[in-house]
Design a protein around this ligand. Structure first.
Ligand SMILES: C[S@@+](CC[C@H](N)C(=O)[O-])C[C@H]1O[C@@H](n2cnc3c(N)ncnc32)[C@H](O)[C@@H]1O
Length: 355
């Protein structure tokens, strides 16, 4: 595992302590409308200042910073969005992350009070919000999660290849179904079943959904509900996906969930735990603390902890892929190890374990 400060450099110290500044710059460039204005077409500094009502001198300094940090580009006196900004910040980009920028400050509130959690225990900062605020926060959470899922689902399905032409994929804690939509776009002869809480399913199913995608409302922590789902779909899943769901629950809850839900898996099916692992990289390690300050009992697990749960659930083989943006896919099966395609091997590090 590589934790950032391990290089012992002052440069790393400076980057760590001032990381929040770039967050403020990116969020402000969006909030001020600079990104939206340049998405409409290139502009001079003067035109941009007029469009955004900034003070001439302060605004010029801010624009100069956006150019020097690579968020904007300047050519022949005209400002344009950089490729990075077009990809992640522009409104019309399929991979826009603008809701993530709005949601992250809500998480920071609790990060500032990490000490309280360390003294009083996990859950100390979790409080009830008035119903309207609660709905708004939940909606922001789902939107930010969906934006992240657009990028992460591409990374996952780029790595998990060599699949049969048709089959059934069940996604547990599917959210809006973004992972399934990306998968079904690449594998149109497959059927997808998205399982999530009833209100999430009804919201997601009210939009436009492909014919081969359906939603199954189920509270997976309620043993009766899970058992009804399992009896209806026993051994039907050629792929059973748990993406960023295990980190929402305790070890005991996950062990019970994985053991029971494994009955959904076809005999030669693949179970994928796609998540942030606390011993894989510093992002995963920090994710554990994010769960500590922002949830009742969520946590990120080590690779061995999840392997152990899967082994107890009867999945003896596993292959681990490190994906480009810090998450890992642990692909487990009952009989033979999953064989990665050569493309995936080139872009990801893999470890095979036949126990
Ligand atoms: C962190 S999100 C992950 C969403 C998506 N799988 C992804 O990777 O982006 C967790 C999802 O699990 C769902 N979830 C949490 N607890 C659940 C439960 N008890 N039963 C069903 N779904 C649940 C949430 O509603 C949410 O959509």
């Amino acid at each position: 595992m590589k934790i950032l400060p391990s290089d012992n450099s002052y440069r790393t110290f400076c980057e760590l302590t001032s990381g929040y500044r770039m967050f403020c710059v990116v969020a402000e460039a969006v909030r001020l409308g600079i990104i939206d204005r340049l998405e409409e077409g290139s502009a001079t500094s003067l035109e941009l200042l007029a469009a955004t009502n900034l003070q001439p001198e302060e605004g010029e300094r801010f624009i100069a910073l956006l150019v020097s940090t690579g968020l904007l580009e300047q050519c022949d006196g005209l400002l344009h969005l950089s490729l990075f900004s077009r990809t992640f910040l522009s409104r019309s980009s399929a991979t826009s992350q603008r809701q993530v920028l709005v949601f992250e400050p809500l998480l920071m509130e609790n990060w500032h009070r990490l000490g309280t959690v360390l003294h009083e225990g996990q859950g100390a900062l979790i409080r009830e919000h008035p119903p309207d605020e609660c709905r708004e926060r939940l909606q922001l959470f789902q939107q930010a999660m969906t934006e992240a899922a657009v990028v992460r689902s591409r990374e996952l399905w780029d790595a998990v290849t060599r699949l049969p032409e048709s089959g059934t994929i069940i996604d547990i804690g599917a959210g809006e179904g973004t992972y399934l939509r990306e998968f079904l776009g690449r594998n149109p002869l497959w059927q997808g079943i998205a399982c999530d809480l009833a209100d999430v399913c009804s919201r997601a199913a009210s939009g436009c959904i492909p014919d081969n995608l359906s939603y199954y409302p189920c509270n997976i922590i309620d043993l009766e509900e899970l058992s009804a789902f399992v009896s209806g779909y026993r051994a039907k899943a050629d792929i059973l996906l748990f993406s960023n769901i295990c980190h929402c629950y305790s070890a005991a809850e996950n062990a019970a969930l994985l053991e029971q839900a494994t009955a959904l898996l076809a005999d030669d099916g693949l179970l994928i735990v796609h998540d942030f692992y606390r011993d894989a990289n510093s992002f995963g390690a920090l994710y554990d603390l994010h769960m500590l300050v922002n949830t009742w009992n969520g946590r990120s697990y080590s690779i061995d902890e999840i392997k152990d749960m899967l082994q107890k659930a009867g999945l003896r083989h596993n292959t681990v892929f490190e994906l480009p943006s810090f998450s890992l896919a642990l692909v487990a099966s009952r009989r033979t190890p999953y064989q990665a395609a050569s493309l995936a091997l080139k872009t990801s590090s893999t470890i095979d374990n036949g126990l």
